[in-house]
Write a protein that binds this ligand. Structure first.
Ligand code: SAM
Length: 387
C-alpha cells in the first residue's frame, strides 16, 4: 500500500517521502464503528492505522490529544494497543469513549424499552427552534430520550446518546429530521429555507427503529474478545492538549494526532443540535482565538509539544497530521513551521525524523453516511522522535 518514492531534501538532516496511505482498493473503513458519526475535519482511519502498525507493538500505548471522533483511538484498540485519547470538546470525548467500549444490540434494546417516549413536552421550545426539523411526535420522542439519558452516564446510555446524536439530522429516511445536512446543524431559519425549496414538511420518524438499525450497522464488524480484553486499559478525558493530567509521565509509545491549525474553523454554532442533545453548554467548547494567527499557533504548538515530551517515553514518536495553509500571500507549509519550532526551542526533547507526504490519487469518499465531500487535502505528516 505504501509507495516509497524516497526524496532526500538537500541540506536537511531528515528525509521527506511521498507515501500513499490509502488507494482505490483500500476498504472504505477498516472497522464499521468508524462510521458511527460524521465529524468535522475527521481524518481517514488508515492514517493513524498506518503509523500504529509501523511504530508500535501490541499492548503499547497510543495517544491522541485532539481525538475528535476517535479514529486514532479506535484504530489503536482494534490493533491491540492501549488507547489514551482526549479532546477539549465533551462531545468528542463522548464519541471516542463509546468507540472504545461500545454497547451491544441487546443492551441497547433493553435500555430503550425502559423509556416512556410519550411524556408531554414543552411545545414553546419546539415551535421556537425545532419545528423546521422534526414532526412534533418525533420531537417528543427525542426529548424523552434526551431526558432519560441525562440521568445516567454508563456505557449503554453513552452509546445510545452517540447513536442518537449521529441521527439528529441528515439527508435520508434513516435520520430523525426532515432532509437536512448530516455533518453540521443548520440554523432553524436555514432549515426553513431548505424546506421551502424542497417543498417538504417534517414527517413522523419513529426514533427507536432508527437507533436500532444504526446500532446494528456500526456493530456489524463485531467486537473481538481480544479487543474487549483491553477495554479497561483505555483512557479518555476532556482536557486541553497542553495539559494532559490523565496521562502518566513517559507512558506513551506513540502519539498520532491532527492538531488544530491556524485560523481553525470554530464549529460551535454549527453543531448546536448535537450540543443541545448532549447537554453541552457553549462555555465548555474550545475557544480558537489563541490560534487564529501563525504566531499564536506556534506558541500553542510549543506548549503542546512540551507536554507531549513529558508523556512520550524516550525513543517514542509523535506524528502530526498537518496541512498546507493557503493565505492571501501564498502557501505556508505547517510542518516547516513545526520543524523550525522544534529546532529553535524543543531540540532537547524532540528530533525531526521525517516528513511523509500523502496525496491521495483517489479522492476517497467519506461515504460512511453517504456524504459527497471528499478527502482532497494532502496530508503532511511530520514524524518527531523523543530523545
Ligand atoms: C482536526 S480535529 C481532530 C479530528 C480527529 N483527528 C478525527 O479524526 O476526528 C481537531 C480537534 O481538536 C479539538 N481541540 C481544539 N482545541 C483543542 C485543545 N486546545 N486541546 C485539545 N483539543 C482541542 C477540537 O475539539 C477537535 O475535535
Amino acid at each position: 500500500m505504501v509507495n516509497s518514492a524516497l526524496r532526500v531534501v538537500e541540506g536537511s538532516p531528515f528525509y521527506r517521502e511521498e507515501v500513499e496511505l490509502w488507494s482505490e482498493e483500500s476498504p472504505e473503513v477498516s472497522h464499521s464503528l468508524h462510521g458511527l458519526i460524521s465529524y468535522p475535519e475527521s481524518f481517514n482511519a488508515e492514517l493513524p492505522g498506518y503509523f500504529i502498525r509501523k511504530y508500535t507493538k501490541r499492548g503499547q500505548v497510543v495517544l491522541d490529544p485532539f481525538s475528535g471522533s476517535g479514529a486514532t483511538a479506535l484504530e489503536a484498540a482494534m490493533q491491540g494497543r492501549v488507547a489514551f485519547a482526549s479532546d477539549i470538546s465533551p462531545l468528542a470525548q463522548l464519541i471516542t469513549a463509546v468507540k472504545l467500549s461500545p454497547a451491544d444490540i441487546t443492551e441497547v434494546t433493553l435500555r430503550l424499552q425502559r423509556i416512556n417516549f410519550r411524556r408531554p413536552i414543552n411545545l414553546d421550545l419546539y415551535r421556537a427552534r425545532f419545528a423546521p426539523f422534526y414532526d412534533v411526535d418525533t420531537f417528543r420522542e427525542i426529548c424523552n430520550l434526551r431526558a432519560f439519558l441525562s440521568e445516567q452516564s454508563d456505557r449503554v446510555s453513552s452509546f445510545i446518546s452517540a447513536v442518537a446524536i449521529s441521527l439528529l439530522h441528515g439527508h435520508s429516511a434513516g435520520y430523525f429530521s426532515v432532509y437536512s445536512f448530516p455533518q453540521i446543524s443548520l440554523t432553524s431559519e436555514e432549515q426553513e429555507v431548505v424546506n421551502l425549496k424542497r417543498r417538504q414538511v417534517a414527517d413522523y420518524r419513529a426514533i427507536v427503529p432508527r437507533i436500532l438499525r444504526k446500532t446494528a450497522s456500526v456493530l456489524r464488524d463485531g467486537w473481538p474478545s481480544t479487543v474487549r480484553a483491553l477495554d479497561k486499559s483505555h483512557r479518555t478525558s476532556v482536557c486541553d492538549a497542553r495539559n494532559l493530567d490523565y496521562v502518566p509521565t513517559a507512558s506513551v509509545d506513540l502519539m498520532v494526532t491532527a492538531p488544530i491549525v491556524p485560523g481553525a474553523k470554530d464549529f460551535t454554532s454549527e453543531l448546536w443540535l448535537r450540543y443541545w442533545f448532549a447537554h453541552v453548554s457553549v462555555p465548555q467548547i474550545p475557544d480558537y482565538s489563541s490560534t487564529s494567527d501563525l504566531a499564536g499557533w506556534r506558541e500553542f504548538m510549543n506548549e503542546m509539544l512540551l507536554e507531549a515530551a513529558r508523556v512520550v517515553r524516550s525513543g517514542g514518536r509523535c506524528v502530526l497530521d498537518l496541512h498546507e495553509l493557503r493565505t492571501r500571500t501564498g502557501t505556508i507549509l505547517l510542518e516547516e513551521e513545526v520543524v523550525d519550532l522544534v529546532e529553535q526551542h524543543l531540540a532537547r526533547y524532540w528530533g525531526v525524523e521525517c516528513v511523509l507526504i500523502n496525496t491521495p490519487k483517489f479522492a476517497k469518499l467519506k461515504n460512511c453516511l453517504k456524504e459527497r465531500d471528499t478527502f482532497k487535502v494532502t496530508n503532511r505528516l511530520l514524524v518527531l522522535r523523543r530523545k
